[in-house]
Design a protein around this ligand. Structure first.
Ligand code: 5AD
Ligand code: SF4
Length: 525
């Protein structure tokens, strides 16, 4: 069948969609870009903020009407966090909805589509995450032995289920092109590789853990993504090896709090820094990244491994959320402003040239002007390359929603949001300007979409390309499209608060050739 899949939300969702795409293709379905042409319409959803959910409601409303009036056989499905959060309620609200599939059940999607095509309505949810945690606590012997890490999303002890989709994606050594091409680009989830026919499969995400047990009071993730579980290190390394064999050169390890990765087996514990070292050793892996980190567990061993391995990129996404101790306390972030500042200082000391990025929430319950100023102060002090700033949005069932009135008025949230954006703009500009004159290694992601929109006319030899440095800076420069997926050196000439612009440096041979040609021309004259 023709399947349209739209992805909202974080990198974890993008990876899930990539894996779902591969499994649907393997089951004989065809992925289409045109929503109107599709026989199956799927939304991989996000529940982190209300705004993201409203978008899905509006899409589902439109699709349900289309189905009722013109397309009775259209199959409609909601996947991911919203499916898990709302479950049956979602199916009740949208009569046309055929599939509701929680994030831990995505491996079953081909089966669910078949059931829906046969006329059924299917709701496949993960076990209640809170209950799952309770059950784990009730059997401490299992937890202590490390076997709890093996538990699958459906509560059984079957490790294969837990990372079934991740493993299915592995390009087998016999078919080296595999599905590795279906990796997704950051930051907007534009597809790479075969999906556009333009981009090359140089980048891939690899999941190292699932879920989160931090229970920040504003956050829905522990309620929808379930308990924190790490993958067996051998499997992660094996997946990375296979991706590299298939042509991937940059791997991003993914976890909600990736630096809390931990695997215990037979009295031996593999920490995140150990895992980083193992993956960094995969032959021919040129760049290794990881997102997202929690400031509480960012220990020095991780910084030392970053400094010691040339293929680990000097970039840390380290969301502070707030710069005020009072707010951090109410958010249950478990660190203080002072500890965050110290961590930034240590990171700068140990990892030369480290680039930092942040997330902030404005208008958290009880946030005063002084708290807000503290966030602005932290932003300035940390010198972030970029920050994502969000207005607090109460999420049903979280501790903040239940116990703290959403007492910062919308217009105050908006103003604080704009003020922090303005500070980040200054900080980001100063940060990016510091690279002017420098030479950067850029992994070319492809022709710049923005340039195409601005009417730039590409030729075979020159188009506006966009790529990323090791520090995750966006770099625009002119060059042939054939550089997509390659590493090139770019001399930085201009900077904005969000990106760099530069000129491709000529390779030594290219330069010599050109000089020779010029000399000959001069002689001829
Ligand atoms: N309201 C606003 N922002 C939120 N985030 C998470 N939960 C909420 C919420 N309820 C933000 C945090 C997190 C990012 C992914 O989303 O900043 O780091
Ligand atoms: Fe949410 Fe906090 Fe877990 Fe991040 S660490 S996913 S913000 S609960």
């Amino acid at each position: 069948m023709k399947v349209y899949l739209e992805t909202m939300g974080c990198q974890m969702n993008r990876l899930d969609s990539e894996l779902v795409t591969a499994s649907l293709r393997a089951a004989g379905h065809e992925m289409v870009d045109d929503h109107g042409q599709a026989e199956v319409v799927l939304y991989n959803t996000c529940s982190v903020r209300r705004h993201a959910e409203e978008k899905v409601y509006s899409r589902l409303g439109g699709d349900s009407r289309r189905k009722a009036h013109h397309r009775p056989r259209l199959i409609l499905g909601v996947l991911g966090c919203m499916a898990q959060r709302e479950g049956q309620e979602l199916a009740r609200r949208f009569g046309g909805l055929d599939i509701v599939c929680g994030p831990g059940q995505l491996a079953r999607l081909p089966e669910l589509i078949a059931a829906a095509a046969a006329g059924g309505r299917v709701v496949a949810l993960d076990p209640d995450p809170i209950e799952a945690r309770r059950a784990e606590r009730a059997s401490p012997a299992i937890a202590d032995s490390g076997i709890s890490d093996l538990k699958s999303g459906d509560g059984g002890a079957d490790e294969a289920d837990f990372d079934a989709l991740d493993l299915a994606r592995d390009p087998s050594p016999l078919t080296p092109t595999g599905q590795a091409g279906e990796v997704f680009d950051s930051p907007k989830g534009r597809p790479l590789g075969p999906l556009t026919g333009v981009r090359v499969n140089a980048q891939a995400y690899v999941r190292v853990m699932k879920g989160c047990d931090n229970f920040c009071t504003y956050c829905i993730v522990p309620l929808v993504r379930g308990p924190e579980r790490s993958r067996r290190p051998e499997r992660i390394v094996q997946e990375c090896r296979r991706l590299v064999d298939a042509g991937v050169t940059e791997i991003t390890l993914l976890g909600q709090t990736v630096n809390r990765y931990r695997w215990s087996d037979g009295g031996k514990t593999v920490r995140f820094s150990d895992l980083l070292a193992c993956v960094a050793d995969v032959p021919h892996l040129r760049r290794l990244r990881f997102i997202t980190s929690h400031p509480l567990d960012f220990t020095d061993d991780i910084l030392h491994i970053m400094a010691g391995r040339s293929n680990i990129c000097e970039y840390i996404h380290l969301p502070p959320q707030s710069g005020s101790d009072a707010v951090l306390g109410r958010m249950n972030r478990k660190y203080t402003r002072g500890r965050y500042d110290e961590l930034v200082d240590r990171a700068r000391q140990i990892v030369p040239g480290v680039v930092l990025a942040g997330d902030f929430i404005v208008g958290f319950p009880g946030e005063t002007e002084a708290d807000h100023e503290a966030s602005a102060g932290l932003m300035r002090r940390s010198g972030f390359k970029n920050s994502f700033i969000f207005k607090y949005s109460p999420r049903p069932g979280t501790a903040a929603e239940r116990n703290m009135p959403d007492d910062v008025p919308e217009e105050v949230k908006r103003r604080r949001n704009n003020e922090l954006l303005a500070v980040q703009q200054q900080v980001g500009l100063a940060h990016h300007r510091s690279y002017i004159g420098a030479s950067a290694e850029v992994l070319v992601e492809g022709p710049s979409v923005r340039a195409a929109k601005q009417g730039f006319e590409p030729t075979a030899e020159r188009t506006q390309l966009v790529g990323r440095t090791r520090g995750d800076h966006i770099v625009h420069f002119l060059g042939p499209q054939s550089l997509t997926g390659q590493y090139v050196r770019v001399r930085i000439t201009e900077a904005t608060s969000l990106a760099l612009r530069g000129e491709k440096e000529e390779e030594k041979e290219e330069k010599e050739e050109k000089e020779e040609k010029e000399e000959k021309e001069e002689e001829a004259v």
